[in-house]
Write a protein that binds this ligand. Structure first.
Ligand code: BES
Ligand code: MN
Ligand code: ZN
Length: 495
């Protein structure tokens, strides 16, 4: 789908579909008012008859309205004008794009992007319109032998403004929206792919094509190289599977000598739990246990496309967590690359076992900051549901940057504490630490474990267990937290 910014008078604009808003109760937005005038009160008549109340995200599609140059006119309810904030705006745009998608219209002109949203500017509205539209248009049906629905006709959307004071700003916002959306699509695709297709080798191949397409540096370490580096913790997880593990290192160089920001994504391509086997119900969803890795790939693609002026290194430790005769057993003690020993009391707490070696590996880059992204704990889903990702950090200014990036991008995270008291829960009688801290505070003890390997730099951890995919009827990857990460990096780059 293509997007552009357009200065436009609704009454004159030709299009397959014009999209205008109506507030509750029956108050027309500026663009709608101009169309009403051009049609001698067609819209106000219709409102009087009670055909559109303006309730949030309701729609009414009109065809061939006399006096208008558009083939279709879509009225979209915006709800209460005083409450028109982030969520209402996104809900209204989503309803609008869904309604247009169901028609034969090949393009549409969106006037909603010109409706003021509390605390947000025109650039924010443009970027969010792009993100929401791309989310609605996403499909993943190439693994079905026949498609559920024909491909929609909608291919182009104009974001219309009555006045465009700074076109370059708006165009930059659209470009950022498109880059983020394409990064999210990549992350969604990889997440949705099943474990028998999206293996560690497959992820490495994806990194390879990405590197080639965008001129990124790439190194893929195999098992022997990981052994030589002493990644005993990571390899202890990989051993239980017939799929060989990979350690992917991607480099984006957008600035001169600056210290890099490192992103580390958990890449468990299937998490059965290992010998501490998970229950069968919904175990299929553990194909999404590489969504941290997918978000790193999606983010690398987006920042390369935007040519952000900074240096970013993407790291993906990837393997499967399966039970076989060589698999980790409860009670096994492994030695991490840092030299610290770990008692594996639960083989299902495998994410931290692969991440800890990656966190040690990245010391060599003398990073300006390290952010790891992982579907790490079921406890995070209990704590925050599917709305916010969990955030823990050893540096408050870094946490603040991520909280802010979540806020502007609509891809929010929420901070939890990392106090020393939690460290005690990881005590082992036989090794330097255990890999679990018990049921209480599960997200925090997981982060507390990781923090022991992240002492040499500013570090933050995003637990995306509740946000990376949706379950149930709408099962599918979300592409989160690509928007958060791109905004964090863009802010660091001063963009
Ligand atoms: N990948 C899971 C976390 C997970 C579970 C994410 C369910 C989303 C939904 C992780 O590897 C895991 O199994 N964590 C365990 C840790 C426990 C054994 C301490 C968990 O959360 O149950
Ligand atoms: Mn697990
Ligand atoms: Zn896992």
């Amino acid at each position: 789908m293509e997007f552009s910014i357009k200065r436009s008078s609704p009454e004159k604009q030709r299009s397959a579909c014009a999209i205008v808003g109506v507030f509750e109760t029956r108050r027309l937005t500026d663009a709608a008012q101009r169309l009403d005038q051009a049609t001698d009160g067609y819209l106000s008549d219709l409102l009087k008859r009670g055909d559109m109340e303006g309730k949030l995200a309701t729609t009414l599609m009109l065809s061939s309205v006399p006096g208008l140059s558009c083939e279709r006119l879509l009225l979209v309810g915006l709800g209460k004008e005083k409450e028109f904030g982030d969520k209402a705006y996104r809900d209204a745009v989503r309803a609008a794009v869904k309604a247009v998608k169901a028609t034969g219209a090949r393009e549409a002109v969106l006037y909603l992007s010109d409706v003021p949203v509390k605390k947000r500017d025109a650039g924010w509205r443009a970027e969010q319109a792009v993100l929401v539209a791309m989310e609605v248009m996403y499909r993943f049906d190439h693994l079905k032998s026949s498609r559920d629905e024909p491909a929609p006709a909608l291919a182009r959307m104009l974001l219309a403004y009555d006045k465009v004071s700074d076109k370059a700003d708006l165009e930059a916002a659209v470009a950022r929206g498109v880059a983020i959306a394409l990064g999210m699509n990549l992350a969604r695709d990889l997440g949705n792919l099943p474990g028998n297709i999206c293996t560690p080798t497959y992820l490495a191949d994806q990194a390879q094509s990405l590197a080639k397409a965008h001129g990124l540096g790439l190194e893929v370490l195999d098992q022997d190289e990981m052994e030589r580096l002493g990644m005993g913790s990571l390899l202890s997880v990989a051993k239980g599977s017939d799929q060989p593990p990979r350690f992917i290192v991607m480099k984006y160089n957008g600035a001169r000598k600056e210290r890099p920001i490192v992103l580390v994504g958990k890449g468990i391509t299937f998490d059965s739990g290992g010998i501490s086997l998970k229950p069968a119900a919904e175990m299929d969803e553990m194909k999404y246990d590489m969504c941290g890795a997918a978000s790193v790939l999606g983010t690398m693609q987006a920042i390369a496309q935007l040519a952000l002026p900074l240096n970013v290194i993407g790291i993906i430790p990837t393997c499967e967590n399966l039970p076989n005769g060589r698999a980790n057993k409860p009670g096994d003690i492994v030695t991490s690359m840092s030299g610290q020993t770990i008692e594996v009391l639960n083989t299902d707490a495998e994410g931290r076992l692969i991440l800890c070696d990656a966190l040690t590996y990245v010391e060599r880059f003398e990073p300006a900051a390290v952010v790891d992204i992982a579907t790490l704990t079921g406890a995070c889903v209990i704590a925050l549901g599917h709305v916010a990702s969990g955030l823990l950090a050893n540096k408050q200014s870094l946490a603040k940057e991520l909280l802010d990036a979540g806020e502007v991008s609509g891809d929010r995270c929420w901070q939890m504490p990392l106090w020393d008291e939690y460290q005690e829960l990881l005590k082992s009688n036989f090794a330097d630490m255990a890999n679990i801290g018990g049921r209480a505070g599960g997200t925090i003890t997981a982060a507390a474990f990781l923090s022991r390997f992240a002492k040499k730099y500013d570090w933050a951890h995003l637990d995306i267990a509740g946000t990376a995919w949706k379950s149930g009827k709408e099962k599918g990857g979300t592409g989160r937290p690509v928007p958060l990460l791109v905004h964090f990096l863009a802010a660091r780059a001063g963009k």
